[in-house]
Design a protein around this ligand. Structure first.
Ligand SMILES: C[S@@+](CC[C@H](N)C(=O)[O-])C[C@H]1O[C@@H](n2cnc3c(N)ncnc32)[C@H](O)[C@@H]1O
Length: 467
């Protein structure tokens, strides 16, 4: 997952928001009550950075932001009063790094099998190896080191074990395998086409570059772009400021969504990401993430006598809507549930597609399946979307999901309990950060699962009370 950019020709003024607490993580130096405008403590390592980038850009990038340090690494802070609606930074496309920078000979062998992140990671490796000869050295030297990063591809077996009950565990394994596959192609291309720059490509270096790109590049018309300076901005899930791209003016820009005083940390939204996505790709979590979700995998058992008929029917009718598919590469029996806001049916409900799947699952004779198929044809074509007329069958269908969800609740609770039991062991700072991430992930998923169980329980108990 990359950060997604919004392409704009004309953009509307974004809604004013209340000041959010994340914007106050910064500690000021030398601030006294008589000073109404606190001074921003600049990141001394970045003093020459903006003038350098402005030279490349051929113009001003910001009038109101400076680079400072937050508890989450580098960040941008208001150096002057900023009003909601102000444009706070503009980075022209010519000051961005894209896969177009790959040596032409390397582009061809990498075309199909290496994704945009892998291609840009290869560019970053080349620039890094060029050292002081790289045009981008002032930028590259200010990127975080791999030891400071917590993207899940860097997690050890023990660390990954903490989240074994979550679907993101499997995704991490898949992502690592994909990176290794892409690395073998990139390494081959390096050996053939740039042996003098990269003599002995190392998987470790590729993984580091891949994690940097995955956590700080935006999808753009070039496929993907690293946008220096804009990528020093940290994420706030409540912010409505995003990085936007203006193809006519050939630049990326950010508009403030709220007022800021000098010294405030200025945050943007990377997207509506769950903690699973944030930890997999960005290496952090939010303590309470409203976008948390749980991936549910349900199978038609192989020993079900109607297995083939059910699979055929499900395939023909596509039980899932596209909205059910998340970051996870889903198979035909994968569903995503979000927090069900109210057990009484208000707010976001329980996914219809999963309920439909379980109705199909509990059919025991071909006639029932044929009836579902006929019913779909008479309505909007979607299978099993209406409750069974026979309420005990409807109950049975929902009990299937409920027992699956209850099992996941048990697994999540056991993982959390195990983690809490090991809380007082002496651990490294790195492990402590990752354990907190694991806790945020699992508690968020547990919240989602419990809301789903509550909804299902309510549905099951009221099924027979309706007239
Ligand atoms: C686009 S970069 C932002 C700049 C970064 N802090 C730096 O030092 O260069 C994204 C990275 O910043 C950190 N980050 C951003 N927002 C965060 C947040 N709300 N909580 C924790 N870490 C965050 C994570 O390490 C993430 O991978």
């Amino acid at each position: 997952m990359m950060l997604s950019i919004t392409t704009v020709k004309l953009f509307g003024f974004q809604k004013r928001r209340n000041f959010h607490s994340l914007a106050k993580r910064f500690s000021f130096t030398g601030q006294s009550p008589s000073e109404p405008q606190p001074q921003v403590s600049l990141d001394k390592d970045c003093i020459g950075f903006l003038p350098w980038l402005e030279t490349i850009a051929g113009g001003k990038i910001t009038n109101t932001l400076s680079i400072g340090k937050s508890i989450y690494g580098r960040s941008l802070f208001a150096s002057k009063v900023i009003h909601a609606g102000d444009c706070i930074l503009k980075v022209p496309f010519n000051a961005q790094i894209t896969p177009d920078a790959l040596p032409p000979d390397m582009r061809v062998p990498l075309t199909n099998e290496v994704g945009n992140i892998g291609k840009l990671a290869a560019v970053l490796m080349i620039e890094k190896k060029r050292g002081q000869n790289s045009r981008w050295v002032p930028y590259i030297s200010r990127l975080p080191q791999s030891a400071e990063m917590h993207s899940m591809i860097f997690w050890s077996e023990d660390e990954l074990n903490m989240i074994r009950c979550s679907a993101v565990h499997k995704e991490t394994v898949k992502q690592k395998a994909q990176i290794e596959k892409e690395f073998s192609l990139v390494a081959q291309a390096f050996k053939q086409h740039c042996p003098r720059v990269i003599e002995r490509p190392a998987l470790e270096d590729f993984m580091y570059a891949y994690a940097l790109v995955g956590s700080r590049a935006w999808e753009t018309s070039k496929g993907i772009s690293l946008i220096p300076f804009a990528d020093f901005m940290n994420h706030d899930g409540h912010s409505s400021s995003i990085v936007m791209s203006d193809e006519d003016k050939q630049l990326s820009e950010v508009i403030a969504d709220r007022n800021y005083s000098p010294g405030d940390e200025v945050l943007i939204s990377y997207g509506k990401f769950s903690n699973a996505t944030l930890m997999l790709d960005f290496g952090f979590t939010l303590p309470y993430n409203i976008h948390d979700e749980v991936q549910i995998q349900m199978d038609v058992p192989n020993d079900d006598p109607l297995c083939n008929m059910k699979l055929g029917l499900l395939q023909t009718h596509h039980t899932r809507s596209v909205k059910d598919i998340s970051i996870f590469h889903s198979s035909s029996d994968t569903f995503v549930i979000k927090e069900v806001k109210s057990a009484k049916g208000k707010g976001k409900g329980f996914p219809q597609s999963l309920r439909a799947f379980s109705r199909v699952l509990c059919c025991t004779i071909p006639q029932e399946l044929n009836d579902l198929s006929k019913e779909a044809a008479q309505n909007d074509g979607r299978l099993a979307r209406l409750p069974f007329k026979d309420r005990s069958r409807e109950l049975e269908a929902h009990k299937i999901i409920l027992s699956h969800i209850n099992r996941l609740i048990e697994n999540h609770s056991a993982c959390i309990k195990e983690m809490e039991a090991s809380k007082y062991h002496v651990v490294s700072q790195r492990f402590a950060v990752r354990r907190q991430m694991a806790r945020d992930l699992l508690s968020g998923e547990l919240r989602v699962l419990r809301s789903a169980a509550e909804w299902l329980n309510h549905y099951c108990t009221t099924l027979f009370s309706a007239p």
